[in-house]
Design a protein around this ligand. Structure first.
Ligand SMILES: Cc1cc2nc3c(=O)[nH]c(=O)nc-3n(C[C@H](O)[C@H](O)[C@H](O)COP(=O)(O)OP(=O)(O)OC[C@H]3O[C@@H](n4cnc5c(N)ncnc54)[C@H](O)[C@@H]3O)c2cc1C
Ligand SMILES: NC(=O)c1ccc[n+]([C@@H]2O[C@H](COP(=O)([O-])OP(=O)(O)OC[C@H]3O[C@@H](n4cnc5c(N)ncnc54)[C@H](O)[C@@H]3O)[C@@H](O)[C@H]2O)c1
Length: 464
């Protein structure tokens, strides 16, 4: 161990929380190293949130072009240049990586590009692709290794070499017929984008509905959107085996409602959940426990079972969103400074970036019923928000759950244009503990989507 290099802080994996901790602690004068095997800045800027939203925006432009006549514009119909779509995305990613490199330089945190494994408590061996090794030990260590696409043991699935989001975002040709396995976040965002870019698309989901954890009115509305866009949906489908290879011909065999089904396409996208990157990195040699789902075991302060070792983001089982990983950074940073910040009780908003978007914060009706929480419901169609009419984007609805015996907002769901943006307004009211009347009585600018909150909260029935 004589060649072990000593640091105040070593971060394994440069995901959201890891990189912000590294930059912040280095700026505060700590000696910090971040070990990253591939993606400077982690998944979000390279292969996940931002590149997917970039391609989704190209798909939105494609859909506008297809609707040109509706807006009084000349039709611009023709095949999509997928290589150009990819190049716009790549250019954005290159710019983001450069921003990250600058942040490392400015903060003084050292970026060590290699694959890390624990070989002893708080001690990580880094192996470099081009050969060579280094051993780094931190007084404090942070595990931030993220997750990867899960490809289960269904016979033939691995052999079919399905695309994951990583390859799907690198396509230079539109697949003729993309079969998407999984009707969750990744599956739905990419299915709609690929459909709009010209692919025939079939979504295969084992549960009875797309985005199945949401309320029935939400899942029905998302299903209707997909059908209207010409996306084939096979819900309630239990996959039994796969034949062929993605990129050539692929066949999915299974059952639906007791009957045999076969779905054939040219490409297969695996979007059926995630596996945490906690295997094969020597956690057991460092005294770091994992739970039954493979996440690093942490308490509400994000401390692992090993002294002075913290875990953040997806590998620690925090909800799989970048904004939550960013909050994990705040939790650990405050705790390292002697505070006692916790992850429990925090808001977990999300926005599914289909078009239109689906955004929710707080309780859904389903969750309220499961918990026996009484509520009053306000619900309006997006068409009653006048801004949507100027845009010809009237699809969807907004709804809010309000206490039955009080005026606090318990939950908000919007399926409609700019849903993610308008949710932020409601979130602030919820975080501040404001009554819904504060939003109902605010003067919002006309015509904005936020103005729809006045319409929504004016539609609330009185207390029982
Ligand atoms: C297609 C897609 C779209 C998404 N869109 C959104 C969105 O719109 N909004 C949102 O909030 N969330 C979105 N997410 C989720 C979001 O990307 C993650 O929750 C977020 O990036 C936090 O990840 P993380 O920091 O935990 O891990 P990551 O960002 O994955 O970072 C982990 C890093 O650790 C590295 N690593 C792993 N093991 C080792 C090792 N042994 N040695 C060295 N390095 C290692 C990995 O290379 C990786 O760079 C999306 C995810 C996907 C896949
Ligand atoms: N906009 C966003 O914030 C965003 C976008 C993409 C991803 N993410 C994050 O990434 C996470 C992972 O996304 P994901 O889409 O991989 O997971 P997911 O859990 O959202 O969806 C996976 C879906 O695949 C289905 N499934 C699993 N195995 C199957 C099988 N064998 N046959 C048919 N269906 C099957 C599941 O029932 C589920 O509906 C999300 O939970 C989310 O937190 C967020």
């Amino acid at each position: 161990m004589s060649n072990t290099e000593e640091y105040n802080v070593v971060v394994l994996g440069s995901g959201e929380a890891g990189k912000y901790l590294a930059w912040t602690l280095a700026s505060e004068g700590k000696r910090v190293a971040v070990v990253e095997r591939r993606y400077v800045g982690g998944s979000c800027p390279n292969i996940a949130c931002l590149p997917s939203k970039n391609v989704i925006h190209s798909a939105k432009v494609a859909s506008y072009l297809r609707r040109a006549a509706e807006f009084g514009l000349p039709a611009a119909d023709g095949p999509v240049d997928m290589a150009a779509v990819r190049d716009r995305k790549r250019k954005m990613v290159d710019g983001l990586v450069e921003m990250h490199v600058q942040k490392y330089r400015a903060s003084g945190a050292e970026l060590v590009m290699g694959s890390g494994t624990f070989i002893a408590p708080r001690t990580i061996e880094v192996v470099f692709g081009g050969g060579g090794k280094r051993t780094l030990r931190g007084e404090t260590v942070v595990v931030c290794t993220g997750s990867r696409a899960q490809i289960d043991d269904t016979p033939g699935l691995k052999e079919a070499r399905p695309l994951t989001h990583v390859e799907a975002l690198e396509l230079d040709r539109v697949p003729e017929h993309l079969v998407v396995l999984g009707g969750g976040y990744i599956g739905l965002e990419l299915a709609q984008a690929m459909r709009r870019l010209g692919s025939r698309v079939t979504v295969v989901e084992r549960n009875g509905a797309l985005i199945h954890r949401e309320d029935p009115d939400v899942t029905a509305a998302v299903g209707e959107l997909f059908r209207d866009e010409g996306i084939e949906i096979s819900t309630g489908t239990m996959l039994t085996r796969v034949e062929g290879a993605s990129g050539e011909t692929v066949r999915l065999y299974g059952t639906r409602g007791g009957a045999d089904v076969m779905i054939e396409g040219t490409h297969l996208l695996a979007a059926a959940g995630r596996t945490p990157n906690t295997d094969g990195i020597g956690l057991e040699r460092a005294g770091i426990g994992i739970d039954h789902r493979g996440h690093v075991k942490v308490n509400e302060r994000l401390q692992t079972t090993a002294p002075n070792v913290w875990a953040v983001g997806e590998c620690a089982g925090s909800p799989y969103f970048t904004h939550i990983a960013y909050d994990d950074f705040r939790v650990v940073h405050d705790n390292l400074a002697g505070g006692s910040r916790v992850t429990t009780g925090r808001q977990v908003p999300f926005c599914l970036f289909t078009d239109p978007e689906l955004a929710r914060v707080g309780l859904s009706e389903r969750a309220a019923k499961e918990r026996g929480t009484a509520y009053r419901l306000a619900k309006i169609p997006m068409g009653s928000v006048l801004r949507t009419r100027t845009l010809s984007e009237t699809r969807g609805f907004m709804k809010a759950l309000i206490q039955a015996d009080g005026d606090r907002i318990l939950g908000f769901t919007a399926f409609g244009v700019e849903a993610g943006e308008v949710m932020a307004v409601v979130q602030v009211a919820m975080a501040a503990g404001l009554p819904y009347t504060a939003l109902r009585d605010t003067v919002f600018t006309h015509p904005t989507i936020a103005e729809g909150l006045v319409v929504l909260f004016s539609a609330l029935p009185g207390r029982t």
